[in-house]
Design a protein around this ligand. Structure first.
Ligand SMILES: CCCCCCCC/C=C\CCCCCCCC(=O)NCC(=O)O
Ligand SMILES: [Zn+2]
Ligand SMILES: [Zn+2]
Length: 518
């Protein structure tokens, strides 16, 4: 049979030819600039020394007890340890929380092995000396205070009720960050019960004012440790989580270990205009002028900087867990980074990875419906991408507002935090990674940038290796639970968190990391 040469077949032929040509040019380009089509970032380590002398498991009685300590009457979640501002905290609740810890963790607080100190009135510092004094110590951090919560905002259960609904405990602090406070101490309690004595010394720091800067808790704990000449091998604080189903194309769950955290800038914008009768208003009110300035900031987002910070490494490490065609994109960010960054900026949680974010958080003005307001003010909170500085962001804010009638005042801020190492020779990162694999064998581990700030930012003088991670499961819809409504943790996840710290304490007794697998 004869093949008919139609216009369509000719076009098809040239189309294929063009595709082959484009692909050849791309491959040539890759070879020329020395890139390959895959990244080798997940070097497997060889045989680990076995430090697990006590197998991480929980008896039915322990499961009942750890849950009661978290959610029971007047237990962790039910105590409203709210930080409203640096000068306004619920100190009665903080005192009650202190008594709770002493009551439910009797071994921790009575063991001759553990030294306990109160710092800044309500924060706790625990020191657990190891049997080998020459091993550098590490430190685990968490915080007791929580942000305010109002049931009227739409909670399915009252925010300090710790009510159980479908296997989840609902309550403020269940993921930020009482699960870590209770998880760390519960793990230590069970290890002590089973006769554990560490080889490597460690510290536990529980801050009481993390949500309002950490200036009394973390800052004073750091001062105390510095005065004692302490240097830390690594620090692990709250932060990123195990993502499950939140990134398109990623097969299976991925644990992101925060190797840095974003910086911050808070500015106050204000406008003053003469007051007067609302029946004879000027063309623009102080509220209108301010609203336009704030709208300009929201509309003109800070630049998309995907690829310029450690978020690039996140995708390089996860690349092998993406299905086709995502894998080709993730493995070749030198070519596809603008495509990926465009997708990431579409959702609030992934957008936070790619740029300095702009959040208008407070807006005040007006005294009466028929009086022109003499004054309007707004507060805008920026979270600074790893590749920008505070100064650069402040300049961009000025140029975007660009209205002499709007006063821009710097309230507070700091640069993004240094990037901790995450290579094969980095003890802290590798021990955390190993512990994730021990407890969650199906999870892929990758470095990430923590989009929120933590107490650990005060610890930079004590250690270069600071990580932000809690093995809480983070699924679609969960971003709205942080500082939002229906904060919750599943019972199973809380048990996993206890086991994670239980195993981490033992794994940290390892002396040397194995070399790469040959
Ligand atoms: C590859 C992109 C995946 C996106 C998934 C986003 C994962 C985000 C997970 C958790 C974010 C929660 C941050 C927790 C730390 C918050 C601590 C805090 O509230 N500090 C106070 C403050 O920042 O104001
Ligand atoms: Zn927190
Ligand atoms: Zn928080």
């Amino acid at each position: 049979m004869k093949t008919k040469i139609t216009k369509k077949t000719i076009l098809k032929f040239f189309g294929i030819l063009l595709l082959i040509l484009v692909l050849s040019v791309l491959i040539l380009f890759a070879v020329v600039i020395g890139r390959t089509f895959t990244f080798k970032v997940n070097t497997e380590l060889g045989q680990w020394e076995n430090a697990t002398t006590i197998y991480p498991s929980l008896s039915p009685e322990q499961k009942k007890q750890l849950l009661e300590n978290l959610k029971g009457k007047k237990m962790a979640v039910q105590i409203p340890t709210v930080s409203f501002s640096e000068s306004k905290q619920n100190t009665t609740a903080l005192q009650e929380f202190d008594l709770l810890l002493r009551r439910v963790f009797p071994k921790v607080f009575s063991s001759s092995l553990v030294q306990h100190e109160m710092v800044g009135n309500y924060s706790h510092l625990l020191t657990v000396p190891g049997s080998e004094a020459d091993l550098e110590p590490y430190m685990l951090l968490a915080h007791i205070d929580v942000v305010p919560a109002d049931e009227a905002d739409g909670w399915d259960a009252p925010p300090f009720s710790a009510q159980e609904l479908n296997g989840f405990i609902y309550g403020r602090g269940t993921i930020d960050n009482k699960q870590s406070v209770m998880g760390i101490l519960q793990a230590l309690e069970y290890l002590l019960e089973r006769g554990y004595t560490p080889r490597r010394s460690f510290y536990i720091g529980l801050g009481h004012d993390e949500e309002v800067s950490g200036s009394q808790g973390a800052v004073n704990i750091v001062k105390l440790l510095k005065s004692r000449g302490v240097k830390l091998l690594y620090v692990l604080d709250e932060g990123l989580t195990i993502m499950d189903g939140v990134v398109d194309g990623l097969i299976g769950p991925g644990a992101l270990i925060g190797v840095s955290e974003k910086g911050q800038a808070t500015v106050k914008l204000s406008v003053s205009t003469p007051p007067g009768h609302s029946s004879m208003p000027p063309r623009e009110s102080s509220i209108g002028i301010l609203a336009s300035a704030v709208a300009r900031l929201e509309k003109n987002r800070m630049p998309n900087l995907f690829g310029h910070g450690p978020e690039r490494a996140t995708f390089e490490h996860l690349a092998h867990k993406f299905g086709w065609p995502y894998r080709m994109v993730m493995s070749n960010l030198w070519l596809f980074s603008s495509l990926l960054s465009g997708v990431l900026e579409g959702q609030p949680d992934t957008n936070a990875f790619v740029r300095t974010t702009t959040a208008v958080t407070m807006f005040n003005s007006g005294v009466k419906i028929n009086v022109m307001p003499a004054y309007a003010e707004a507060f805008v909170n920026f979270r600074i991408h790893s590749s920008q500085t505070l100064q650069e962001v402040l300049k961009l804010i000025e140029s975007t507002v660009s209205d002499e009638r709007v006063k821009v005042e710097f309230v507070s801020g700091f640069d993004p935090l240094p990037i901790s190492s995450y290579d094969e020779d980095t003890f802290g990162y590798q021990i955390i990674k190993k512990t994730v694999h021990d407890i969650f064998p199906e999870v892929t581990v990758s470095p990430g940038v923590c989009v929120g700030n933590t107490d650990s930012r005060h610890y930079t003088e004590l250690s270069p290796d600071i990580y932000r991670f809690v093995p809480s499961w983070y699924k679609p819809g969960d971003s709205a639970r942080f500082h939002g409504v229906n904060e919750r943790i599943s019972i199973q996840n809380y048990e996993e968190i206890v086991l994670f710290y239980f195993q981490l304490m033992q794994n940290s007794d390892i002396i040397n990391l194995p070399g790469p697998r040959i």
